[in-house]
Design a binder for this molecule. Structure first.
Ligand code: SAM
Length: 234
């Protein structure tokens, strides 16, 4: 079997990114111990839902508010910014990198936002148990670039990720992609429409409610250009 085999089932799925980085600070360990469990969307953890039954996203937030999704939130700056800016929306952030989750939890404490849930895992584990057409907006900010051609199939903008995403997004829902990699733009423009989205805009200027992320700041320091793409689910 090749290193990059296509994983179509949860049992065969690989995650190629990092789960852990530098040793966590004591405060970050405290955030994880004290805050994370209460912030997980109801019924989504393996312990709560071992048979992976479809969940009711209306239970994630009390009042059936619009549901947004951020995939790979990194340090969580965009996620917390959006939650503060749109208090009437509920946003689920997915990130398997525990150091990023710990950073987010610190930011949630500081900002005092209450309209966030945290899925500290691969977003595909969430797709498995979401019903059709339940997400109103999705953010994919600076996804892992996987620059080598033989690794392009690991990118998020591949059918393995995009088809489940398309299934859970409502017709008309917005899908935003920010990247600093020209070849990622190419693949995004090829693959996302095939998965059931229309391109709405492609710009070097960010959305008016954008906040720059850690990864974007690194890209700017290193002289790479920004690309902001907006799609709409058919
Ligand atoms: C390059 S970083 C960008 C982080 C952040 N969005 C930013 O702009 O600073 C990409 C992030 O996506 C996360 N990621 C990769 N694959 C993922 C997946 N299948 N589900 C959720 N997060 C994922 C990685 O762990 C990583 O933190």
């Amino acid at each position: 079997m090749s290193e990059d085999h296509t994983e179509t089932t949860p049992e065969r799925r690989n995650f190629y990114g990092r789960h852990r980085g530098k040793t966590l600070r004591t405060s970050q360990k405290t955030y994880l111990e004290e805050d994370l469990e209460a912030l997980r969307p109801v019924g989504t953890s393996q312990a709560d839902n071992p048979d992976r039954h479809v969940v009711d996203p209306a239970t994630f937030f009390a009042d059936g508010r619009p549901l947004w999704l951020e995939i790979g939130f990194g340090g969580g700056e965009h996620l917390v910014h959006m939650a503060a800016r749109y208090p009437d929306v509920g946003i689920v952030g997915c990130e398997p990198y525990v150091n990023g989750v710990a950073m987010l939890l610190g930011k949630i404490r500081a900002a005092g936002v209450e309209n966030l849930c945290v899925h500290p895992e691969d977003v595909r584990a969430l797709f498995d148990i979401l019903p059709d057409a339940c997400i109103d907006k999705t953010f994919l900010n600076y996804p892992d670039p996987w620059p080598k051609a033989r690794h392009h199939r690991r990118r998020f903008v591949t059918p393995n990720h995009l088809l489940p995403l398309a299934r859970v997004m409502k017709p008309g829902a917005e899908f935003r992609v920010a990247t600093d990699i020209c070849d990622y733009v190419r693949q995004t423009l090829e693959e996302v429409p095939v998965a059931g989205f229309d391109l709405i805009s492609q710009s070097a200027t960010p959305w008016e409610d954008w906040i720059s992320t850690r990864y974007e700041q690194k890209a700017i320091r290193e002289g790479r250009p920004q690309h902001y793409l907006t799609f709409r689910r058919k």
